[in-house]
Every structure is written in C-alpha cells, then in structure tokens.
Design a binder for this molecule. Sequence first.
Ligand code: GDP
Ligand code: MN
Length: 385
Amino acid sequence: MKVHEYQAKELFEQFGIPIPEGKLANSCEEVMAAIEELGLPVVIKAQIQAGGRGKAGGVKLAKTKEEAQEIAKNMLGKPLVTHQTGGQGKIVRKVLVEKAADIKKEYYVGMVIDRAQRKPVIMVSPAGGMEIEELAQEKPELIFKEPIDPFLGLLPFQARKLSFKAEMPVREAAKILTSLYKLFIAKDCSLAEINPLILTSEGNLLAIDAKLNFDDSALYRHPDVKEMLDPLELDPLEYEAMKYHLNYVRLDGNVGIMVNGAGLAMATMDVIKLAGAEPANFLDVGGGANVEMITQGFKILLSDPNVKLIFINIFGGILRCDVLAQGVIEAAKQVEINIPVLVRLEGTNVEKGRQMLNESGLNFIVAKDISEAAKKIVETLGTKE
Ligand code: GDP
Ligand code: MN
C-alpha cells in the first residue's frame, strides 16, 4: 500500500525525523490560509502517489501571495502527468504547502527489503534529488549500501559509516537513519525513501520529500496506516476487489478472467494471448475462495465496460467446483449479463459443478478443456489481426 507524501511526513514527525513546517490544503482558500500561518516563500506540492512531480510542474515555489494563488489554481483539480502516472496523469486533489527551504546540498536516503539477502538494506548517496534508478545507471559508485541484520537492527557504527560516505553531517544524519529504520520496522514498510534529504543553509538536515510503501500482508496490525489509504488513488474496480481480498489487477484487453491460483492465472493469460485475444484483468480468487468472493469477483468482471467475454478457469482443489458454480450462478442472478461467459472446470466435484451450470438456465458456455476454451474465445471474439 502507498500513501501520500503528507501522510508519510506525519509518520516522519512521529519518529523524530525533521520535516519542513507545512499544511495540507484542499482549495485555493486553504492554500492562502496556510500562507497566513507559514509566511512566505512557500513550496506548493501536488499530492499524488507518483514520483517525478518536480520535473512535471507538481512542485512549485511561491514568493508572493499572487504567485501562490496562481499556482494553486493551476494545480488543484487538474491532472498532473509525470513519468510514473501514465499519459492521463492523476488528478491533484490536495496540495501540501510548506515553508520553502534553502537548499545547500541534496542527499538520497532509501530503505528496501533485499530479497536475495533476506534483509533490509539502507542506501544513501551524496547525489540526491535524482531518481534512484537514474542514479544507479549513471553514478553507481555514488550509492552506498549497508545490509541490516534484522535481529541486531541498524547498528550505530553502520549509521555513522553511511552518513560519512554520503558526506552528510555525521551525528545528525546517523540519528535520522536510525529513526527511519525504526519507522521502517515498526510500521512494516516495504520501502522508505527520503529524496532529497537536504542540508539547509543554516546547516540542518531536513526531509523535504517522503515516500513510504507498506507491506499489505501486515496492514492488519497497523490500523493507523490502513486508515491512510486513499481510495481515489486506486482503480475503482481494484479498490472493490481489495475489500473482498481478491487478487485483482486491471489490464487493457477485453477477456475478463477469473482463475484460482496465480500460476493458473498466468497460464490462462498466455492461452488467451496465444488465441489472439487480450486479457482484461488478472483475477486470482485464491484456493480458499468462498461463494461471496466468487460472487464479488464475477461482479467486478461484469462491471468492467471493456470486458466482452468472461473466461472462468478453475482447478477445483481446495475450492470445489460446485462451490465455484454456486458463486457464479448467484452472481449471475444478481446482475444482468449480456456478454458470453465461458467456464472450464476441472477437479473436485467437477461433474456436480458442470451440472449446476448447465441446469442453471443461464447461458454459460462450458468448455471441457483449455484448448476448447481457447477455440471458443476465438469463435466468440474473432482474432485481432
Ligand atoms: P518529486 O519530484 O516528486 O520527487 O518531488 P520532491 O519533493 O522531491 O521535489 C522535487 C524537487 O523540488 C526537489 O528535489 C528540490 O530540488 C525541489 N524542492 C522541493 N522543496 C523545496 C524547497 O523547499 N526549497 C527549494 N529550494 N527546492 C525545493
Ligand atoms: Mn523526491
């Protein structure tokens, strides 16, 4: 799960990481009110969950009230396109107004879990402000890394070594690294980034940007983080799927799929592509799917206007074929279906499942195996040239 910069900064504050004084604003009036409180100059920052805002015009300095008004007016309610948003961009609904900092130097600080090492890794660089991917390409010698033993945590000498290598004021920087590591562990982050951490002209360190991602599987123990979820940042169908613990990713094609197991889902997508069609989504209902999950998953596929055919491909192991059939039939009764629904079942209680589908009075196309299913997809949709 991702959060906005202003939310990440709330957590920074809780953990003692220095941030600029700032206020969140939803409207031009609130921007002006924030300026009354903060004084000028301020930086106005678009709150969208994508990087590269600076280059795209989503981070602007305002020296006067008139400038601030103009910036706020042009930012709020408008889409912002950065290299991470895709062509349509993301609508800016909130801006963060912050006291502008006087930057003497910019550093990079990042933390991720290194799966190969099975440890958190801290990365720092004296070349902050650049995207880390770019930095890794162009100046890999300027990135300094330190793996952290999860049982020992970040040791003081490691924090000092990293700070020294990145040419940061060591004592102050080591404190910030230690606090960020505490936050990273305490909140089950999958990524924490300060880019840039800056040295101000007064000689202080300040986190002027903040990015935190969280491990979805650990959200149950962080209600405060879970509450930060901004549904408007998600695809509406993906948000709906999340509520029912469905593994769903929306794609560009027109064949909606519902499958159990990620491996089967990928194989199914391959079959659809080989048949010359394109999947409209990835939907893995998982091994333990119940009738409600099936019903909701099916409804999500039906509410995607791009979907011209639904292909349900289930291997009934833990999830029995009759349970699947019951879920599909129930969902079909609750919503109007005017597209073909192709079903291929195999496994536990398959005969019962097929019989239920055939006797449901609903117009399911039942395929006996995957190659027959592929043929039916082509027959129904035709192939793209
Ligand atoms: P990002 O582009 O989405 O990563 O947004 P950032 O918050 O990192 O801002 C982009 C850039 O704007 C930073 O790298 C800084 O160079 C600049 N910037 C942000 N805040 C300030 C500020 O308070 N003062 C000055 N002078 N520059 C700032
Ligand atoms: Mn940044």
